[in-house]
Design a protein around this ligand. Sequence first.
Ligand SMILES: Cc1cc2nc3c(=O)[nH]c(=O)nc-3n(C[C@H](O)[C@H](O)[C@H](O)COP(=O)(O)OP(=O)(O)OC[C@H]3O[C@@H](n4cnc5c(N)ncnc54)[C@H](O)[C@@H]3O)c2cc1C
Length: 394
Amino acid sequence: MYDVIVIGSGPAGMMASIMASKNNKVLLLEKNDVSGKKLLITGGGRCNLTNLKTNREFIEEVEYNKKYLYSTINNFGPKDIYDFFTSKGVKLKEEKDNNIFPVSNKSSEILMVLLDSMKMVDIKYRENVIDIKALDEIKEVVTQKSIYMAKNIVIATGGSSFKETGSSGDNMKFARLLGQPTVNLFPAETYLELKEDTVNLAGTSFEEVEVSYLKKKKSGNLIFTHKGISGSSVMKISEFVYLNKDKSISIDLLPKLTVNDLINDLNRFDREKEISVFLMNYFSKKFSNYLVSRYDLYGKIKAYNIKNLIYLFENLKSLKFEVASVGPIEKAYVTGGGIDLKYIDSKTMESKINKGIYFVGESLDIHGPIGGYNITLALSTGYSAGISINNKIS
Ligand SMILES: Cc1cc2nc3c(=O)[nH]c(=O)nc-3n(C[C@H](O)[C@H](O)[C@H](O)COP(=O)(O)OP(=O)(O)OC[C@H]3O[C@@H](n4cnc5c(N)ncnc54)[C@H](O)[C@@H]3O)c2cc1C
């Protein structure tokens, strides 16, 4: 018999366990044989832990359920996360867009700190939870090996993306068992496959572009793949393409230059040279040749009138593609949708329907863009649940 059982040892479950174990007997059940399998692969193995935005700026960047986030982010926001890890000896550094990484560039350092902070927590690995019985004050958690009991259960099983890391959508299964309402799942932060054949462009990358879709504009890097495009700008826009009917996107390949800047550059350029050579001022040879063939502008600059070239420049600022498909949820970095927030207390993460049951992290209908938002949301909601259980019991 425990005071609290936490299901899932990702960042949300670990933080909930740390905070709840201050005065309570906590059991953490994890189906893998290690904690934080997904955490280890975040940020390309470097872990974009959080970002140094103010709480308000942070919430502004999250697309849905902004109001809901105020209590939890004010409880434990980006700055608190920064302080939590630095107080435990982790050296952190700020990169582009205020993104925070460990100086060591090792996500394992973040995981080690979380594990070290769980000395009072009883962690059991290879415990796949298959059922939760919550009819009485004392709840039963059934795993493939055993049955455990506690008054408080924290569900921190993550979303439905990268199933090989353990997050295989069990939040939805438990919600069905408990009669807890959910919002449909969708892929967030994923790649786009294009109707146009991009196989010859595969590997071509851009450091900073602006991808537009309907009224949304997202900046970041971009890379052509064998079937389409990926990179942070594409990942940020992908969920909107998934959720809406329109499948046309446009890319500003040169967001820092205007069409007039390009005309001025051209006026300084030798008109005896080929257009592809002029384009190589901005792009690789492969991509310059692609543009020449796409707009049928072979030959020397002097062979074309200014209207043809302005047309090309306008297209560099708004290169159009039709999306064939959006990367599936299994391959998305993050899962949209999940446990419906209307039925979860925003201060404590406790279910308003099932007293003593808490949902945290990506299991909830909460997600943010690329840039440390999702680990922050996991740690923040985990903290809110853990501290509220701790205060309730002690
Ligand atoms: C490739 C990749 C890179 C990313 N990079 C970043 C980044 O740099 N910064 C950022 O902020 N976010 C990043 N994210 C997103 C971030 O990793 C997740 O949002 C975050 O890990 C969610 O934390 P969580 O604790 O809610 O769930 P998870 O980390 O998914 O943990 C859930 C845990 O629950 C366990 N579990 C599931 N079901 C059961 C069950 N039935 N019984 C027992 N245990 C169970 C799982 O095994 C898992 O250990 C990235 C995601 C991916 C896929």
